[in-house]
Ligand binder design. Structure first.
Ligand code: GLA
Length: 343
């Protein structure tokens, strides 16, 4: 008997999983029509579903051990809105049992998008929904906006739905055009969870989004994607000037990264971190410390915070074969419950 059957008394009727992601370049650009360059990570979340014949959803998370009961028509609390949002936007009108399991840590690696994409894939299987992988990602984004209250962009759900672990996925977040891009030759990706809990991630995120929308409005453009000349943002008042400078320079870094060798790509990652720390103000002193330790390692090409920020994970580009040794050295110095997640 699997755990679902032990918990609910019947086997699941549908099951699906989805990967977390790590973003290499292009942070906080995806709600201004910009470019992003994520890759999937091996860690995944799985959602199993079954009809329960009642008027409420019963949702269990294996990692927290929590069971939440949500009557039809309500959205619930805690992790419930992520699933219930997927149910409601997919037209589910009956009680479902759900079991969440997996190993995507929370904090910068898109555990929420993985949860939405896994849930929507399981629903697609259960109800035969006609939903392609892009529609599915966009429905996940709608769940964040309408049920979770985070005004996120499209990167995480697109990456969870469409990226693989072997390449980076360049996404134009305005047109949703995308293509696979190889990692720079001779390099591998290292991801470390700093162990710093994220604070103010949701409120800080929505505030940044409002700031750059205001910056675009003052510059008379639809989105900051339309600004390529950095001089233009210098006319803005602070803090809009610094916020816009980050977005405009970050878009340029992504495009530059497409041609870069490992050394140059690493420099772009370092510059991205400085910009997120100083202009976008979404880093955290402990995360900066971890990034500095990584950047000081001879076999590291570059390192930066990844994801929304305010704590969470960091990503480094490392000489191939050196990631484990780098992680060991850096974590020993940093402490703070940091753990190596990739490779
Ligand atoms: C979060 C959001 C994404 C993106 C990143 C920052 O992960 O969900 O849409 O904005 O932050 O790049």
């Amino acid at each position: 008997m699997n755990t679902f059957e032990t918990l609910f008394g019947t086997p699941p009727q549908a099951s699906a999983s989805a990967a977390g992601r790590v973003n290499l370049l292009g942070e906080h650009t995806d709600y201004q029509g910009g470019f992003v360059l994520p890759t999937a990570i091996p860690q995944r979340l799985t959602v199993e579903l079954g009809r329960n014949g009642t008027q409420e959803h019963v949702l269990h998370s294996l990692s927290s051990g929590q069971t939440l009961r949500v009557p039809l028509g309500e959205k619930g609390e805690g992790f419930a809105p992520y699933l219930v949002g997927c149910f409601q936007l997919s037209g589910v009108q009956e009680g479902l049992n759900a079991l969440i399991s997996g190993n995507v840590p929370s904090g910068g690696l898109s555990s929420s998008a993985a949860l939405e994409v896994a849930t929507l894939r399981a629903l697609r299987g259960l109800y035969g929904l006609e939903l392609n992988d892009v529609d599915l990602a966009l429905r996940g984004v709608q769940v964040e906006h309408e049920f979770v209250g985070v005004k996120c962009g499209v990167m995480d759900q697109m990456a969870s739905s469409l990226a693989d672990t072997q390449t980076m996925l360049l996404i134009d977040t305005r047109s949703l055009e995308r293509r696979s891009v190889p990692f720079p030759a001779g390099a591998e990706v290292l991801v470390i969870d700093s162990g710093v809990p994220r604070r103010l991630a949701e409120s800080g995120y929505n505030q940044r989004r409002a700031e750059v929308e205001e910056a675009a409005r003052q510059l008379g453009v639809k989105e900051l994607r339309d600004v390529t000349d950095l001089a233009a943002v210098e006319t803005l008042p602070e803090p809009l000037r610094a916020r816009a400078r980050h977005v405009v320079s970050e878009n340029a870094r992504v495009l530059r990264g497409l041609q870069a060798d490992a050394a140059e790509f690493g420099q772009l990652m370092n510059a991205s971190h400085a910009s997120l720390r100083d202009d976008y103000a979404v880093s955290h002193p402990k995360v900066d410390e971890l990034v500095n330790l990584l950047q000081a390692q001879p076999s590291v090409y570059g390192a930066r915070m990844t994801g929304a920020g305010f704590g969470g994970a960091v990503v480094a580009l490392v000489r191939v074969g050196q990631a484990a040794a780098v992680a060991q050295a850096v974590i020993a110095e940093f402490g703070n419950d940091a753990v190596q997640l990739v490779p």
